[in-house]
Design a protein around this ligand. Structure first.
Ligand code: HCA
Length: 425
């Protein structure tokens, strides 16, 4: 490795490991996000430009500044959208923004990306045994030569351009092969990635890889991109950041190829527990609105696995509902309010006990009712829960029973019931 060739790019010698700790989201909703099978399941296939603009606005409101796009060579529509989105983003904030084109190590791809206005490149090339045989179909030495030539000449032509380079499928790549490749391009890059392309890494593997890269490439920043095939992507992000990674790839809802990557809001929610300074950089109250925006675009609910969701503040079991009515902290451990989830829900259903039934009939339906009556009604309700289903909601059954018990309602001004519902929070 020739240290003297270190180009005049953003990272000055010995800076990356010494610079103060900053953790940044690299949003890839417009790239890996559009590779999600959910876009096919919802028959959307791709986001329209208008939808992308809304999502971009939501991300910028949240404080995201790094956006990854497809290389323009994937198609005319994407090429046009990238240009429009870059122009639109600049009307939304004065913060410096990074528009990253996800490109192969191919001079034409790179050229096109720069022509449409991208000011950064997320370059990748795989040298795992599988990639050498079936994907890039190049030997290690051929790949090393290609990467060195392409990245070296790009750096020479664009001394200030942000360049990230990743060995695709890093966790199935022979470590010495990855280092051979990274050594060759180290003088030219700002950042190295470590994509877990097929989601097989465990947090301990991540810690080891980050430590290896930090030690060998002290001038480079590090980025992580973890797929969720084993459901470990978020845990791997936590390990990576603890070990010193700066950039975390994420997308809204974690949309990405197959079972996706970590969600932007899940990452911010989790990282902010350990690194509270994240709240200064990101406007965390915009997390839930962003998840809801995606729900409205896809026409489905925010996924129940999403930490920043109303589902995470919804209680169904009688024991939980009773406790939450008294002290919500018993079953709500996280300050989701800070992330924009500003209410909770107790769902009346087959598992509800007399406490919620009493609360519901008294506070929501305004019945004149005492606790003894509520217990009797609850007993009958529990005996008839088999009736609940698509054609009879739990509320309907309960009202039927309450009315048959001859309960009468208070007469109250119309706005009071909804106001009382809010008191739950
Ligand atoms: C993919 C490629 C990628 C790229 C990640 C990166 C991966 O499979 O679509 O460029 O860092 O997971 O390897 O998403």
């Amino acid at each position: 490795m020739d240290e003297t060739t270190s180009a005049s790019h953003e990272i000055s010698p010995k800076r990356a490991n010494a610079e103060p700790r900053t953790i940044e989201i690299v949003d890839t909703t417009f790239r890996d996000g559009q590779q999600s099978p959910l876009l096919f399941d919802t028959e959307k296939y791709r986001f329209s430009l208008e939808e992308k603009k809304l999502l971009l606005e939501g991300l910028i409101e949240l404080g995201v500044t790094h956006f990854e796009f497809f290389s323009p060579v994937v198609g005319a529509a994407e090429e046009q959208d990238v240009q429009e989105l870059i122009a639109h983003a600049q009307t939304l904030t004065h913060k410096p923004l990074l528009f990253l084109a996800h490109c192969r190590c191919n001079p034409t791809d790179i050229q096109k990306a720069l022509e449409v206005g991208c000011n950064g490149l997320n370059l990748y090339l795989g040298v795992s045994p599988l990639a050498q045989q079936h994907n890039a179909q190049k030997s290690l030495e051929e790949s090393v030569q290609l990467a060195q030539e392409v990245i070296g000449s790009t750096r020479q032509a664009h001394p200030d351009l942000y360049i990230r380079f990743s060995a695709e499928d890093a966790f199935r790549t022979v470590p010495d092969d990855m280092l051979r490749l990274y050594d060759a391009v180290y003088p030219y890059v700002n950042t190295f990635g470590m994509p877990d392309t097929v989601g097989l890494a465990e947090p301990e593997d991540v810690t080891a890889t980050v430590s290896l890269l930090r030690q060998r490439y002290p001038q480079a920043r590090l980025e992580c991109h973890f797929h969720n095939d084993r459901g470990l992507a978020l845990a791997n992000v936590m390990a990576a950041v603890r070990a010193g990674v700066r950039y975390v790839d994420a997308s809204i809802w974690g949309l990405a190829e197959r079972s996706g990557i970590p969600s932007v809001t899940g990452v911010l929610f989790n990282l902010s527990k350990r690194y509270p300074e994240i709240a200064q950089r990101y406007n965390l109250s915009q997390c839930y609105p962003l998840n809801v925006l995606m729900a409205s675009i896809l026409g489905t609910l925010v996924p129940y696995t999403e930490p920043v969701s109303l589902t995470n503040r919804t209680h169904t079991a009688g024991v939980h509902q009773k406790a939450v009515l008294g002290e919500k902290k018993v079953y709500e451990a996280h300050h989701l309010h800070d992330f924009g989830v500003d209410k909770n829900q107790l769902l009346l259903g087959p598992l509800s006990g007399w406490n919620l039934i009493y609360y519901y009939l008294k506070e929501v339906e305004n019945f004149v009712i005492n606790k003894e009556q509520a217990k009797q009604i609850a007993q009958e309700f529990k005996g008839r829960t088999a009736e609940i289903g698509r054609h009879k909601k739990p509320e309907e059954l309960l009202l039927e029973i309450a009315t048959s018990h001859g309960l009468l309602r208070h007469t109250l001004p119309e706005e009071v019931p909804t106001a009382r519902l809010e008191n739950l929070d």
